[in-house]
Design a protein around this ligand. Structure first.
Ligand SMILES: Cc1cc2nc3c(=O)[nH]c(=O)nc-3n(C[C@H](O)[C@H](O)[C@H](O)COP(=O)(O)O)c2cc1C
Length: 357
């Protein structure tokens, strides 16, 4: 019998286990990506919050730390998006992940360059659309997932998408252990993708005090808000989120402009670039301009809390699964444990079936 953990995902991405470390703004640094890849998973760099110059340096840093293949996350509305596309193609990274953005022509261009296109979707219609546009795989993120997220739980969305598309599907949203991987494979997915679980590892750049806040949070405290940028986003409830939830229209504009300025300082983008990014997001995402400005800038607020070490003054994007995570393993310990536990679960299931037959 073949190895149940050697799936088509491993073949396409060149990783040992069918486990993806997803991109997280400011968190998926070269150190975390290299550690994930060395451990046998497949890591994505958080390119969506980098300038082209920073991304080039980050790609070089991953390549210096590991020979394993890795991917880059980006979106078409970020300042410098076109340069990032050229860079990713020139650097021949193994895969790209994105939400909305690239059209069929760009996806075809990536694929001609041998780069796997692996979007993350939170709704059935987006999964179908991405498959139609020619993507190689889709990552389906259920509503329990961290960061921007949809309203449908993984247990409902995953089988819905599996029934609707022919491309291989990776399951995301709420996964943290080997039981989850075994369950995802049982559904028919080719692997799992995890954000929050990798945020809570030794190699993640979040300061210890911030990691402690994640470990303390209960699932009930990890809620979805639409007030940050108009799109549902799952975060740990904290002081800033409470303020944003209570703010009126004027407060939202003030906050959006302040967040825009912070984003400008963090990324070096010009006011014009930021404004154009916000306008494009407003058009594409059917949002108001202050919402789009917040959407363009929200990663900076995540940076302030998650890597800047200010768990009350910024936003702590998190999957609900943080509410059941209690330790900070190294990436290697984590991935080894997931593989061992998944194998045990799968073996126990097939032994049970044999006994019943
Ligand atoms: C702190 C944090 C930052 C994130 N930043 C991004 C990002 O920049 N780009 C992106 O596509 N997804 C981002 N996400 C979503 C994750 O990549 C992933 O899809 C999600 O965390 C999966 O759900 P899980 O946390 O339950 O594993 C972020 C998630 C978290 C927790």
């Amino acid at each position: 019998m073949g190895d149940p953990l050697h799936t088509v995902l491993c073949e396409r991405l060149g990783c040992r286990y069918p486990v993806v470390q997803t991109a997280m703004g400011w968190v998926a640094t070269p150190a975390l990506v290299a550690a994930s890849c060395e451990a046998g998973a497949f890591g994505f760099l958080a390119g969506a919050v980098m300038t082209p110059v920073e991304l080039k340096a980050a790609i070089a840093a991953v390549k210096a730390a590991t020979d394993r293949p890795f991917g880059v996350n980006f979106h078409m509305f970020q300042p410098g998006a076109e340069e990032i596309v050229e860079l990713v193609i020139a650097e021949k990274v193994r895969a790209v992940s994105f939400g909305r953005g690239p059209d069929a022509a760009m996806i075809a261009r990536f694929r001609r360059a041998g780069i796997i296109c692996m979007p993350t979707v939170g709704a059935l219609k987006h999964a179908v659309r991405m498959a139609e546009l020619g993507c190689d795989l889709v990552t389906v993120q259920g509503g329990e997932g961290g960061g921007h997220t949809g309203p449908v739980a993984t247990t409902v969305l995953l089988p819905q998408v599996l029934d609707a598309v022919k491309v291989p599907v990776v399951a995301a949203g709420g996964f943290a252990d080997g039981r989850g991987l075994a369950a995802a494979l049982a559904y028919g997915a080719v692997g799992v993708a995890m954000g929050t679980r990798f945020l809570l590892t030794k190699e993640s750049p979040a300061p210890d005090a911030v990691k402690a806040r994640y470990l303390e949070a209960s699932p009930e405290q990890i809620q979805v808000s639409t007030k940050v940028d108009g799109i549902p986003q799952r975060m740990i409830r904290n002081r800033l989120l409470d303020r944003i939830e209570r703010a009126g229209a004027l407060g939202r504009w003030i906050r959006a402009l302040a967040a825009g300025q912070a984003m400008q300082r963090a990324t070096g983008a010009s006011l014009g670039e930021l404004w154009r990014a916000a306008q494009a997001m407003a058009r594409e995402g059917h949002m108001s301009l202050p919402q789009a400005l917040m959407a363009a800038s929200a990663p900076t607020l995540i940076q302030k809390a998650v890597v800047g070490g200010d768990p009350d003054g910024g936003l702590m994007a998190s999957g609900q699964v943080a509410g059941r995570i209690a330790d900070l393993p190294s990436c290697r310990e984590l991935v080894d444990r997931i593989a061992t536990d998944a194998r045990e679960r799968l073996a126990a299931l097939s032994a049970g079936r044999a006994a019943a037959a």
